[in-house]
Design a binder for this molecule. Sequence first.
Ligand code: PLP
Length: 428
Amino acid sequence: MKDIVPAPPAIVRNDAVAIQDLYRQNVVPSYGRFELVLSHGSGSHLFDVAGKRYLDLGSGIAVCSLGHAHPAITEALTEQSRKLIHVSNLYFTEPQGRLAAEIVSRLGAGKVFFSNSGAEANEGLFKTARKFGHEEGRFEILTAINSFHGRTMAGIAATGQDKVKKGFEPIMPGFRHIPFNDLVAARAAISPATVAILIEGVQGEGGVTPATAEYLLGLRALCDEKKLLLFMDGVQCGYFRTGRFQSFQRILEGVPGGEKFLPDGISMAKSLGGGFPIGAFWLRAPYQDLLGPGTHASTFGGTPLACAVALKILEVVQREKLDENARQLGAWMQGELTRLAREYPQVITNVRGLGFILGFELAPNIAKLPGEPAKPQSIRFVNMLHAAGLLTVPAGLQVIRLLPALNLTQADAAEGIAIIESVVKQLA
Ligand SMILES: Cc1ncc(COP(=O)(O)O)c(C=O)c1O
């Protein structure tokens, strides 16, 4: 047997240490990675290379909208890859046109440009703003303190957190940051050079903070009054995560005047492709043609393969009413987390979010929290959850984020809450 079947190379043996060594020697160390080496998944569960099972309530940071190894995605990938993977944007293909129409139908009259990532989608919004204000010499975009808009040079300039800018100065000019959910500050910050305001409907990386309805409506009125474009970054909080296609639709439900609200542009990525890279931005009429032929492009933007996958995911979300699932199960989880905060105020001080974008804030200086005191509490808490078999995502120093797959089951949700409760109890 030994002679016939040679020993597989380390990577096939799924040796955790060998894989980590490959990274240490060959991969740029820009990420602070956890120790886990993952091998495969199914639904909302993942397995590491030693066979340990984890419930995944992070979904690759709000990406795996249908969980792992969903047969509909495999089918769309194989079917489309047999026909056409890529042709370039020199030509028309059906999946891109159909996906754009699906997005337009969920937002309003306008048009869509396809990119590969969230940062690239935001770049498109920035370029649209520059084009819009060019003749008047307006170029400045206001974004929120604690926002996150990506890691490109314009992305870090737009992001309202110093830690992403440090070491990359000079920062690209044309962005200023304003306090989130503060209309008075927004009005006061507008200068003759201001051309747009960009906000997240729910700040994700910044600690899971939803915009208020008054803020959204007030920003819309302010932008109309001052002839500014109002952009929303829906990369993390969009795509049905809040229970509606975009977070503003959920935040403004039942609010007088809310049904008429539309931003002028929205960026998307993450869940749109369920793990296959695709980003997009939608521009509302009459701004949808500002980027004319030759002004913007992306080689891989909107390939037939990416769009076929995204179309298939939309079909599943719609058929299985996964938006409702995110809304209802998210509310149940939020209720359970709120109960934990009530029962263990010495561990959890605050619970925030909407649907399947949830965050709970840890009490300062939890004495029993293991790990190096120099490391943020959020990282140390996530490490404890890993040991207990649960994946979540830290947000900043004190907040733990839950961003489950849209098809999470009630049993999975209950398992997640039970694991969180067991860890919280250890720390109380
Ligand atoms: C709100 C928001 N915008 C933009 C981005 C950047 O997206 P990407 O990493 O796909 O470039 C992220 C990523 O986490 C995000 O959360």
